[in-house]
Design a protein around this ligand. Structure first.
Ligand SMILES: *Cc1c(COP(=O)(O)O)cnc(C)c1O
Length: 498
């Protein structure tokens, strides 16, 4: 199988080449030329996550050998990385509504599913394509992606990873997760400034021709851990299939049943993987797109107009605080029958005017596949409290947005199709908001860890091991730097005198 760009100007590339390259040179995203099919009858009896992962990955990564794919899957999803044998287990919340927990990985959030395997695929891609340079991953993070990337690239051959986060701009738990990071090839720095300062400086480093030449002369090459890389998307298709398999095997529905998924959405990567799963043959009726107050996607799906010119809200579900959902471009490409000229013009309008309107025939297709709504912080917190009391289940703030939107969907449509809500983070990752949802405003002077222990005591939901011991771990990265020194620091790490 080959891949091409949504903007049509790139030559056909293999899977390993698109994983190495990330973004297409014409500014587009890589997509497979054809979407492969899975015969659903052949997977009904599959027993484990790794077996279905192999079937799915093999269909897309056709220039990797069976052994290569298997070894990546074994390493990424072993029991010492994911603390549950099912990797993405399901919890039955009520009749017709289950939760698929995507947060059993090393950093307790759904990004681990992709970021545990993608560095291994990249390392093999490098050998396959005889790339001699060492790959240096640069990440600007406002919290979660940085830690997930550090864990994913930790000790992966032929790579180094450097993460920059805003000093005083991340939570105490997030900061400790990054500054206690182990591994011989990992580096993390606090930078004086806000997230935009950090992100803009990282972008400037990527675009600095002179600096990139110096790096190349010394055998290094910069790369990003961006969520638009195909290598991050394809592992996410797996848990849609595995949710179905688990539901079937637990007798939640029968073989002819359709299912729905509710997806707490930001950059549109997670839910797009669901679209591919449906195209491959998984009997999905509706993909339900849940947003927080940054509800640009709700409006888009309901009106056909994408308009990023609107207020930006900082919410209690920060990983969904996004106004440009990059992966949407891939969906529009498929639904416009691969019309790359049309896609290029839409993306130019978004760039120049901040908005675009799609044709009605594409909007009709979107309405057929998707349903969308949103929830504000107050409603989301109330739902966390209510489900804890009624169902004895503690939802995180992102998943709770999905839960509110699920209840709205039932109300509006009366559809009783068995549904999975994708749960994207463990509640203890967002302890302050969870505490407020359950018990109201915390007394001043209590630390995030005090609140964590108190939630555990009062709810009996266990704190995940890596978070529990976090404030006792050794601090290994003490650097606090000015943004003007970020590029210098990269050179210093790589032992380059300039
Ligand atoms: C990244 C993230 C999301 C959003 O996923 P997208 O693929 O960007 O739509 C939702 N919840 C959590 C906890 C996340 O980390």
């Amino acid at each position: 199988m080959f891949y091409k760009s949504t903007r049509g100007m790139e030559k056909r590339l293999t899977a390993s080449q698109v994983i190495l390259q990330g973004l297409s040179k014409d500014g587009g995203l890589f997509v497979p030329e054809d979407i492969p099919a899975v015969d659903i009858k052949n997977i009904e009896n599959i027993k484990g996550y790794k077996d279905i992962a192999f079937i799915i990955l093999k269909k897309f990564l056709t220039d990797y050998s069976d052994e290569e794919i298997k070894s990546c899957i074994e390493k990424a999803y072993s029991i010492n990385k994911f603390d549950n044998i099912d990797v993405t287990p399901i919890f039955i919340l009520q009749e017709g509504c289950s939760v698929t927990e995507l947060w059993h990985g090393p950093t307790q959030a759904f990004k681990d599913i992709a970021l545990q395997i993608m560095p291994l695929l990249l390392s093999i891609a490098k050998e396959k394509n005889e790339i001699k340079n060492e790959i240096v991953i640069l990440v600007a993070t406002s919290g979660d992606t940085g830690k997930a990337a550090l864990e994913g690239y930790k000790d992966v051959k032929g790579t180094k990873i450097i993460v920059f986060f805003p000093h005083n701009g991340v939570s105490e738990v997030q900061r400790l997760q990054m500054v206690t990071q182990e591994g011989s090839n990992t580096f993390s720095y606090a930078v004086n400034g806000n997230f935009d300062d950090v992100q803009n400086t990282v972008k400037a480093i990527f675009n600095d021709r002179n600096l990139n030449n110096i790096l190349s002369e010394h055998g290094f090459e910069l790369s990003s851990a961006n969520s638009i890389n195909w290598g991050r998307l394809v592992p996410q298709i797996v848990y849609y299939f595995y949710s179905y398999i688990q539901g079937l095997q637990k007798g939640l529905f029968n073989k002819n049943s359709e299912i729905n998924f509710v997806v707490p959405t930001g950059n549109f990567g997670n839910i797009l993987a669901g679209y591919y799963a449906k195209k491959m043959g998984l009997p999905i009726k509706k993909l339900i797109c849940a947003s927080n107050s940054n509800n640009v996607l709700t409006d888009f799906i309901n009106t056909g107009v994408y308009d990023r010119k609107r207020n930006f809200y900082k919410t209690i579900s920060p990983s969904m605080d996004i106004l440009i959902s990059s992966n949407l471009e891939r969906l529009l490409y498929e639904l416009s029958d691969k019309d790359s000229e049309y896609i290029s013009s839409l993306m130019a309008q978004l760039n120049d005017n901040g908005n675009y309107k799609i044709e009605t025939n594409i909007q009709d297709k979107i309405k057929d596949l998707f349903w969308a709504n949103w929830a504000d912080d107050e409603t989301t917190k109330k739902q966390i409290g209510k489900d804890f009391v009624d169902k004895k289940y503690l939802l995180d703030t992102h998943t709770a947005v999905g839960r509110v939107v699920y209840l709205k969907y039932i109300n509006f449509t009366g559809d009783t199709t068995p549904t999975f809500i994708l749960s994207t983070a463990n509640p203890y990752k967002f302890s302050i908001s969870i505490y407020e949802a359950l018990f109201g405003r915390p007394e001043t002077g209590k630390s995030e860890f005090d609140l964590m222990y108190e939630i555990e005591e009062r709810t009996s939901s266990p704190i995940p091991m890596p978070l529990r011991s976090l404030n006792e771990k050794k601090i290994l990265h003490t650097g606090v730097i000015e943004k003007e020194f970020m590029a210098k620091e990269v050179l210093r790490i790589l032992n380059i005198n300039s």
